[in-house]
Design a protein. Structure first.
Length: 140
């Protein structure tokens, strides 16, 4: 089934070029790190245009809630689709535990962190990546 709202590779390269990124290098980097490409079982693009990319993330029990291991996100809004508890370990080492209900929504500036699912069950979230001049896809 073809997604009519998804970007073609050519359109993605045009956007990267417009952002001032070298098409070949940026394309290779995005392909290598973009979790939608490297982990399609967990990540699914719900919607994408030149302003935002909306990703649904499905975490299996025992894995991170928004990615595996140390990973990065651009500026984004997250909507938790399930309730849960997570330990967030930012790059600066100041970890914290967050508890949230389904529907909990928050803004997070670009970040690099590790997130540990503390609920023992699968989690689901929607992330809306903001495609500004500094945008790079999450690394998952």
């Amino acid at each position: 089934m073809k997604c009519n709202s998804c970007l073609s590779r050519r359109d993605a390269l045009k956007i990267l070029g417009a952002l001032g990124l070298g098409a070949e290098t940026a394309s290779q980097t995005a392909t290598a790190q973009d979790p939608v490409r490297v982990n399609p079982r967990s990540y699914h693009v719900v919607f994408e245009n030149e302003k935002v990319r909306v990703i649904e993330y499905k975490a299996r029990p025992g894995l991170g809630i928004c990615g595996t291991g140390v990973h990065s996100h651009p500026d984004h809004v997250t909507v938790m689709l399930t309730a849960g508890k997570a330990r967030v370990m930012p790059k600066d080492g100041k970890s914290f535990i967050g508890e949230y209900e389904a529907g909990f929504t928050f803004w997070d500036p670009a970040t690099t962190h590790t997130v540990e699912n503390m609920t023992g069950s699968g989690q689901r979230a929607i992330q809306v990546e903001i495609k500004d001049k500094d945008w790079r896809p999450s690394t998952g």
